[in-house]
Every structure is written in structure tokens, then in C-alpha cells.
Design a protein around this ligand. Structure first.
Ligand code: AMP
Length: 586
């Protein structure tokens, strides 16, 4: 299948896809779409993000939806709230020409009653995180009898996040005749076990990413204070006089602000964002494509569909909230066999995100120092000299003017003449960068040795103030450390929170989280169910006198009202669950 027209997709979908600027199917779409449209055989796809996998499973699911039937027909399970919302948004775009289709996202950490109302209205395609899906199934609000297709998107990530038991429970509720599709970037033993247990003679498909840029793209980062980001951008533009790139910002406002500043400062730049009319957008795109503009400042959404193959740089003025977006951005350079540079301008607290990107996409960022005023002046100077050397001289045109010019400059020596010419062009840079300060922020973790780094990490952990929380489920409810972490992951929807000691007891459990997360977590888990039990999380007392939810006595009957445990804890041992370290959630 070389074009979407040959894929068997209907015109409504083809029109929507074409409006999104998808011209040819990606390899995984070419293999998957015809199969899913014509067969209900299960499917395993080795596919990372950036391969176009959402459309690969989403387009057939949309086409196969019976719009007259208002019950869930496709269930898409994915690991995070962001991905859940992204898939919903993509599917909504793909199905914009289809009347009566309803795509509903349900995820943890948000009000369940609103989601129940959405499900009650109608929901033919449900996109869900596993914990919330299970909760809704237990409440009999998510009904799976009519589900004909189940997609496990980023299955490896769901397992890493501790959702294995939830997936087991959800899949057990689905009809045995459904079609199961599993998408995973890696194939571990655990993934193979899932495919064996829940899939029937699946067809296997693998796809290389459209462009993760692994080979052709260099990933660099500059660490500065947030307030110096614009200065870095300017210095990068000055350091690379032939730059041709996109500067990604998070918001429309920032996009406009940065582009305006660049224009005022004399750069060939403009902005593209959602507020432009189609004509304005075409104008900016046209000037960018023809290289009249060197820098296009854009939001992710506005830059979609911009197909330029010879970008030299991608600059992340802000790192995106969703780390997958980074790879979409950087994949815009290094195309068609050319090399490219993807730059992240970050501040100290963003190193964690950088590491997440490195881990997830198996890439390495190199730290670069923001060029000094002197470096930039030197670069500009040589670029100017280069230009002077290579400039085409039109003898015929300038001949009549030369005698007067020679006469006027006669008093200057050769050396002085060169100095005057260079300065005429160059004084602007010299003046701007005279006394320019060093804006690099010293970073410890990447430059220091491993031993030092480990020592500092231990030290940081020791300093992390933990709070001990009580949760009213334990081993009796099949809780284990991985499931507890899954529950916390989904509730807080952040992987940054440090978890300390976990103690799983029979009727209930204790665990430590960094103390700033106490209230958000208690709030997030309120109203949620685990194993059919309504969850109660509260601050624990040091040693619970007895289990308030059990008639069994443990030590004493004096159950005191829990009070906040503000001890600073090393939090570096799990009583159960193994692993001797305090850890970040996977
Ligand atoms: P995904 O792997 O589903 O996260 O998709 C990665 C990115 O590629 C998304 O921004 C999609 O909108 C885009 N995309 C998906 N299919 C195509 C296609 N056939 N042509 C161009 N872009 C696509």
C-alpha cells in the first residue's frame, strides 16, 4: 500500500487525514491498516512513538465503528493521562467528518463522575488508563460486552508502571472473540507472556520510527537560568549565521513574544501559531520554505504539517510537557540523509525530563556551553571574511565608481583599510557583546564523576523529607509494591515523585512519599477503588496501634488519630518488594 487511497479507508477518513497533511502512510500504517480493515486476527506491533502508530490502529477502529450502536466497541488502554488525551485528540481529528461517533477518554487523577456521565451518554471508542478503566468496570460504568477491539498501546510502558494486574483484570472482562492489538517499543518476557495469554495466533508487524533522528540528529542542551533563555537563543542564532530552523515554544503568547523580539533585534524570523488566518499562515510558511525566514517560532500544533526537509536546527525554547513531543520535534531535522541538530534550552530543574527523554528514546544529549561574546564575534568575523572572499565581483558595474573611491581611501594603508571594512559590518556585534557575561549554569550531575554523583544522590535522598501514608488495602487485596506504585503513578500522573519505604501488610499498608505530594496524592486517590475496596489514604502515625479496618488486634487498642509524620527519613529500604533503594517511580 503506497497511498492512503489504496488502504481501504473511506472518503470521510481520507479527507480528514489529508487535511492533517498526511500524504503517504508510514510503514506501520501501510502494514497495519489493510490488515485491520479486513481481518480480525490479533496483531502485535513493535513500534515506538513517532512511527504513526496512533493512526495505524485508530483509523481502522474509526472506520469499523457502528455509529448506530452507542456502546463501547473499541477499548484503547495506554499508560498515561497525557497519552490518553493525545490519542483522543488524534482520533477526534481523524473522525471529524463522521457524524455520530463518540470518543471518550477516561483516566486517573480526574473526577470520575464527569467521566461516568460521558460514558453514560455514549462512547463507542474508549481511551483509558488501566487503573481508571478497572475502577469503572467494577462500578459497572464501563461495559465491555460489545467491545470488539482492544488496543494495548505502549504495553511495555504499562507494565513498567505497574499495571500488569490491572491489565489482567480488564482483559479478563472482555469477550474472548475480540481482536487484541498490542503496540510496544520493546518485547520483554512479560510482554511475551501477555501475548501468549491473551492473543490468538497474532500477526507480527514491526516498524521503524518515521524519524527518531538517532543517526542523523545530534541532541545538545544548554543549561541556563530560565530568564536567560532568550539570550541563549540570540547567541545561538549569532553563532550559526546560516541557521535555518524552528524554535518551539509552548504557548501562543510566548511564540509571538519571542518572534517579535527576534524581529526587533534584526533576525529573519516570524511566528506561526493558531491565531493566524489561513492567508497569514500560508504567507509565513511560504517565506520560511523559500528561506527568506531563517527562524520560524512555532507551537507544536501550528508546526504540524510543515514539511521542510533541510532544517539545520530544532530549538526547544521550552521542553514540551509530554516528552514524546520532543522526538516529534527533533525528527523534523536530520531528514533526507542530511544531518541536523536538536537543541534543548533548559534550566536546572529540567534535567530529570532530559534523562526521561534519553531513557525512553535511547538518545544521548551532550552538554554544550553557551558561546561567549568573544566566540560569537570571532565566528561572525570569520563568516564575514568568508563572505568577502567569496563574493561575486561585477567588474563591469562597479568600474565607473572605483576611481573616486580609490582616491577617497588613498590615505589608508592596506591593514587600515581591512580594519575599516570589517568594522563597518562588525561593530554591531562588538558593541552588543562587549562585556557579555557568562550565562552558563554549572551543572553538577553530568560533569562530576560517577562516585561523586552517587554520593550526592544519596545525600539528596537523605535530605528528602518524606511523609508516611497509610492506605487501607494490603496483601489480602492483592496489593504488592508494583501495584501500589502503579496506583500512585496513575493518581499523581507524574514520574518525578520519590517513593521511600513501602510496607505491605495483610489488611493495610504504609508507604513514604516526598512530603510535598501528601495532599495531591490523598486527593487523587479519594473516591478510587482498588480490588473493589473504596480507597482511604491518610497520614500515618509512626506505629499504628491497630488496624482500624480490621477486628484483628495488632499491638494495642489505643488507636490514635493519625498525625503528620514530619521526620526526615532516609527512606531507603522496602520491607517488602525488594530493592534496597529509595527510587523514582518508573
Ligand atoms: P504517533 O507515532 O502516532 O505518535 O505519531 C507521530 C506523529 O506523526 C504524530 O504527530 C502524527 O500526527 C504524525 N503522523 C502520523 N501518521 C502520519 C503520516 N502518514 N504522515 C505524516 N505524519 C504522520
Amino acid at each position: 500500500m503506497n497511498s492512503f487511497r489504496d488502504s481501504g479507508l473511506n472518503d470521510q477518513i481520507l479527507d480528514a487525514v489529508s487535511e492533517l497533511g498526511f500524504e503517504t502512510p508510514t510503514p506501520i500504517q501501510a502494514k497495519t491498516i489493510p490488515h485491520l480493515l479486513s481481518s480480525d486476527q490479533d496483531l502485535i506491533a513493535f513500534a515506538q512513538t513517532g512511527t504513526g502508530k496512533t493512526a495505524a490502529f485508530g483509523l481502522p477502529a474509526i472506520q469499523l465503528t457502528d455509529v448506530e450502536n452507542k456502546n463501547p466497541q473499541t477499548l484503547i488502554l495506554c499508560p498515561t493521562r497525557e497519552l490518553c488525551m493525545q490519542i483522543t485528540k488524534d482520533l477526534t481529528n481523524y473522525s471529524k467528518n463522521i457524524k455520530g461517533i463518540s470518543i471518550v477518554p477516561v483516566y486517573g487523577g480526574a473526577r470520575i463522575d464527569t467521566q461516568i456521565r460521558a460514558l453514560n451518554r455514549e462512547a463507542q471508542i474508549v481511551v483509558a488508563t488501566p487503573g481508571r478503566a478497572k475502577d469503572l468496570i467494577i462500578r459497572k460504568k464501563l461495559l465491555l460486552e460489545n467491545v470488539k477491539r482492544v488496543v494495548l498501546d505502549e504495553a511495555d510502558e504499562m507494565l513498567t508502571m505497574g499495571f500488569k494486574d490491572d491489565l489482567d483484570a480488564i482483559l479478563a472482562e472482555t469477550h474472548h472473540k475480540k481482536q487484541t492489538m498490542l503496540f510496544s517499543a520493546t518485547m520483554s518476557r512479560e510482554i511475551m507472556a501477555i501475548t501468549k495469554k491473551y492473543m490468538d495466533h497474532p500477526i507480527e508487524i514491526s516498524a521503524t520510527p518515521m524519524n527518531t533522528g538517532a543517526e542523523n540528529v545530534k541532541h545538545l542542551y544548554y543549561m541556563v537560568h530560565a530568564s536567560d533563555r532568550y539570550e541563549v537563543l540570540k547567541r545561538l542564532a549569532d553563532m550559526n549565521p546560516n541557521i535555518y530552523g524552528i524554535v518551539f515554544c509552548r504557548t501562543r503568547r510566548e511564540t509571538k513574544e519571542i518572534a517579535n523580539k527576534l524581529i526587533q533585534d534584526g533576525y529573519n524570523a516570524d511566528a506561526i501559531h493558531g491565531e493566524l488566518t489561513q492567508a497569514q499562515r500560508d504567507d509565513v510558511m511560504g517565506r520560511f520554505r523559500s528561506h527568506q525566514l531563517q527562524l520560524l517560532v512555532a507551537t507544536d500544533v501550528a508546526a504540524r504539517g510543515l514539511d521542510v526537509t533541510d532544517l539545520t536546527h530544532i530549538i526547544n525554547y521550552d521542553l514540551p510537557d509530554d516528552i514524546e513531543v520532543y522526538i516529534h520535534r527533533s525528527g523534523r531535522t536530520g531528514r533526507a540523509g542530511k544531518s541536523g541538530i536538536s537543541i534543548a534550552i533548559i534550566h536546572m530543574r529540567e534535567t530529570g525530563k532530559l534523562k526521561d527523554i534519553e531513557r525512553k528514546f535511547k538518545i544521548t544529549f551532550s552538554k554544550e556551553l553557551v558561546p561567549s561574546g568573544r566566540d560569537i564575534c570571532q565566528k561572525q568575523l570569520y563568516s564575514l571574511i568568508d563572505k568577502i572572499e567569496k563574493v561575486q565581483v561585477d567588474d563591469y558595474q562597479i568600474e565607473p565608481f572605483l576611481p573616486a573611491i580609490y582616491e577617497k581611501l588613498d590615505w589608508l594603508s592596506r591593514e587600515d583599510l581591512i580594519k575599516h571594512f570589517v568594522s563597518a559590518e562588525f561593530n554591531r556585534f562588538l558593541a552588543y557583546y562587549k562585556g557579555a557575561k557568562d550565562i552558563n549554569v554549572a551543572e553538577r550531575s553530568r560533569s562530576e564523576g560517577r562516585g561523586q554523583r552517587e554520593k550526592r544522590t544519596r545525600e539528596e535522598r537523605r535530605r528528602t523529607p518524606f511523609i508516611k501514608l497509610f492506605i487501607n488495602v494490603g496483601s489480602k487485596n492483592n496489593l504488592n509494591p508494583a501495584r501500589l506504585m502503579g496506583l500512585i503513578n496513575e493518581g499523581l500522573n507524574s514520574r518525578e515523585t520519590t517513593i521511600g519505604k513501602i510496607e505491605i501488610l495483610k489488611q493495610f499498608s504504609f508507604f513514604e512519599v516526598e512530603d510535598t505530594m501528601e495532599l495531591p496524592l490523598i486527593d487523587a486517590l479519594k473516591g478510587q477503588y482498588f480490588d473493589g475496596v473504596p480507597l482511604l489514604v491518610q497520614v500515618s502515625q509512626e506505629k499504628p496501634a491497630f488496624d482500624p479496618f480490621s477486628s484483628e488486634r495488632t499491638q494495642s487498642r489505643d488507636y490514635k488519630k493519625p498525625k503528620k509524620d514530619t521526620r526526615r527519613s532516609g527512606g531507603d529500604k522496602h520491607k517488602s518488594g525488594g530493592g534496597g533503594r529509595s527510587r523514582r517511580r518508573p
